[in-house]
Design a protein around this ligand. Structure first.
Ligand SMILES: NC(=O)c1ccc[n+]([C@@H]2O[C@H](COP(=O)([O-])OP(=O)(O)OC[C@H]3O[C@@H](n4cnc5c(N)ncnc54)[C@H](OP(=O)(O)O)[C@@H]3O)[C@@H](O)[C@H]2O)c1
Length: 321
């Protein structure tokens, strides 16, 4: 009896607390304002980053795209220009390798003014079997997938804090930042690390009024995905077969919607939603009632998929290896 009463009271307190904290995360007004301001997008020369740049340009933002290759950025900027809605918009690119502290600081410094929002889209996987990959593959993953996010967030936050900008930093993880899968030992741990980084920064940047959000896309049909397919083991392709594939433009639309709604964990399909609600920890959700109702079915569905679909496919592949 007492246990039921205590549980009921705790649930009520938690519900009130979640409802109150939603107001803090109801960043709609700020986001609308932000979209008219200055945005830096790393990995903006292709794929998700380019599609996002086009989308934000079409909403009237000043957009700076960044990557390591000037010719690719030239071509990409022409596509961003085509989405422009106002002559006053500043659309430009900066060439920088954001996998180093210095490169990321240069990228932020070259934005013209301190960005109001920074989207860390740079990244890329080289799938393969763990034991067949080499030292340089793992080192490349740390640089390309983790350090690009870490140093961009670091440089942006320092600039925002120094200028008193109550900005926004959006990190890009992946559904394999919420679940491990054969063939992704080089990449998935970096995307898990990005989630950890996002949670720490979300907590710490309350000190400065800087919002932090994290996007967990499934398959994006980008140039990076085409590159991945060249080394991806067949078993990984088979398991991903029925995965929720989206174009970069569709992903950019989901990402912007999630940012506008103030979601901390932004996902864009069924798999992402099931993973988000079943592994939420203390991260803010999308709605206490909805997430709670989904939690048990999501956990069961994922456990059943892992045991009866994914694991069995890997077991069958072992026979042929
Ligand atoms: N594709 C997918 O299926 C998928 C799924 C889940 C998550 N994601 C994640 O979503 C993000 C976008 O993926 P995508 O497939 O659209 O990208 P993509 O086509 O592989 O493009 C990657 C972008 O990052 C830039 N880049 C890479 N290293 C960089 C560095 N050190 N400094 C600056 N720029 C760098 C690349 O340009 P340069 O090479 O010219 O520098 C390019 O613009 C990535 O973080 C990826 O891990 C992708």
């Amino acid at each position: 009896m007492w246990a039921v009463a205590v549980c009921g009271a705790l649930t009520a307190v938690l519900a009130v607390w979640m409802l109150c904290s939603r107001a803090v995360w109801d960043a709609k007004g700020k986001v609308r304002e932000m979209l008219m301001q200055r945005v830096l997008i790393t990995g903006g020369s292709q794929g998700l980053g380019l599609a996002l740049a086009q989308r934000l340009a079409s909403k009237g933002a000043h957009v700076v795209i960044c990557s390591r290759s000037a010719p690719k950025l030239e071509r990409a900027l022409a596509e961003v220009e085509a989405a422009r809605v106002d002559r006053a918009q500043e659309l430009r690119y900066v060439v920088a390798d954001v996998s180093t502290m210095r490169g990321a600081a240069e990228a932020v410094a070259q934005c013209g003014a301190v960005p109001d929002a920074v989207f860390c889209c740079a990244g890329g996987a080289k799938p393969g079997f763990f034991v067949e990959q080499e030292e340089r593959d793992f080192e490349a993953a740390v640089r390309t997938d983790y350090f690009t996010a870490l140093w961009t967030a670091h440089a942006s936050a320092k600039a925002m804090i120094a200028a008193g900008v109550r900005g926004r930093i959006v990190l890009v993880s992946s559904v394999v930042g919420l679940m491990g899968l054969v063939g992704y030992a080089q990449y998935a741990p970096m995307k898990y690390a990005i989630r950890g980084l996002a949670e720490c920064l979300r907590s710490e940047f309350v000190l400065y009024g800087i919002a932090v959000q994290c996007y967990f896309p499934a398959t994006i049909l980008s140039p990076g995905f085409d590159e991945e397919q060249k080394t991806k083991p067949q078993i990984t392709k088979d398991i991903e077969g029925a995965d929720d594939q989206k174009t970069p433009a569709q992903c950019a639309a989901c990402l912007v919607r999630g940012v506008e709604r103030g979601h901390f964990c932004i996902t864009d399909g069924l798999v992402g939603t099931l993973l988000r609600v079943s592994s939420g920890g203390s991260a803010p959700g999308h709605g206490l009632l909805c997430d709670t109702l989904l939690q048990i079915p999501a956990r069961w569905a994922l456990l059943a998929w892992r045991r009866f679909v994914a694991d069995r496919m890997v077991e069958r592949a072992r026979v042929h290896k």
